[in-house]
Design a protein around this ligand. Structure first.
Ligand code: 5GP
Length: 186
C-alpha cells in the first residue's frame, strides 16, 4: 500500500513521520530527490540533493512516481520509483506536498492520503521561522499553505491535527494499521 502524508510547510510532517516509523514496523519511507540546496544543519540524508539537469534527466527517464515544482521557490521535488516496484515490498510512506499527493492518487487510486494540519496559523508560522527560513519565505509559504490546506481537505481520506506529536503520531499510526487490517481480511 501507499500512504501519502501531505500538508502545508510548517505543520510538522517530518517529525510526525519519524515518530510514526518508530510506531509502525515494515513501512519504507521514500527518500525524495530535490534541486534545493541543503539547509544549514539539515541531515545530509534528508533528500537526494541534485542539480536541475540530473533531476530533469530522471524525469525524462520516467524515474519518478510523482514530481513537482514547489510553488514560489522554483525548486523541484520528486519521489523516485521504488527499486522493487510499487507495493512489491512492504508499504511505502511518502511525505510530500499537495500536487504530488494528487498525482499519486490519480495513478494509484488505492493510495491513502492523510492531510496533516497545524493547530493554528501562529504555530505553523513559528515552526517555519524556527527552521531558519527568512521572513519573505515564511510569508510566502504561509500563503501557499492556506491554499494547500484547502486542496488537501478535498483530496484527503483523513485529516490529522498536529497539536501534540505523540497524540498525532498515534492517530496516524492507527490509521495505517486499520488499512492493513482491512487488507488482511479481504
Ligand atoms: P522542504 O524544502 O521544506 O524540505 O520541502 C518543501 C515541500 O516539499 C514540503 O511540503 C515537502 O513535504 C515537499 N516534498 C518533499 N519531498 C517531496 C517529493 O518527493 N514530492 C513532492 N511532491 N513534494 C515533496
Amino acid at each position: 500500500m501507499i500512504f501519502v502524508v501531505c500538508g502545508p510547510g510548517g505543520v510538522g510532517k517530518g517529525t510526525l513521520v519519524k515518530r510514526v516509523l518508530e510506531l509502525v514496523g515494515d513501512v519504507t519511507l521514500s527518500r525524495s530527490w530535490t534541486t534545493r540546496s541543503p539547509r544549514h544543519g539539515e541531515d545530509p540524508g534528508a533528500y537526494v540533493f541534485v542539480g536541475r539537469e540530473d533531476f530533469e534527466a530522471k524525469v525524462r527517464a520516467g524515474g519518478f512516481l510523482e514530481w513537482t515544482e514547489f510553488p514560489g521557490t522554483g525548486h523541484l521535488y520528486g519521489t523516485p520509483l521504488p527499486d522493487s516496484g510499487v507495493g512489491e515490498r512492504g508499504d511505502l510512506l511518502l511525505e510530500i506536498e499537495l500536487d504530488g499527493a494528487r498525482q499519486v492518487r490519480r495513478d494509484h487510486p488505492d493510495a491513502v492520503v492523510i492531510l496533516v494540519v497545524a493547530p493554528s496559523i501562529s504555530v505553523q508560522e513559528e515552526r517555519l521561522r524556527g527552521r531558519g527560513d527568512d521572513e519573505q519565505a515564511v510569508a510566502r509559504r504561509l500563503e501557499v499553505g492556506r491554499f494547500e490546506e484547502k486542496l488537501g481537505r478535498q483530496l484527503a481520506d483523513h485529516v490529522v491535527v498536529n497539536d501534540d506529536v505523540e497524540r498525532a503520531a498515534g492517530e496516524l499510526a492507527g490509521i495505517i494499521e486499520s488499512y492493513r487490517k482491512r487488507m488482511e481480511t479481504t
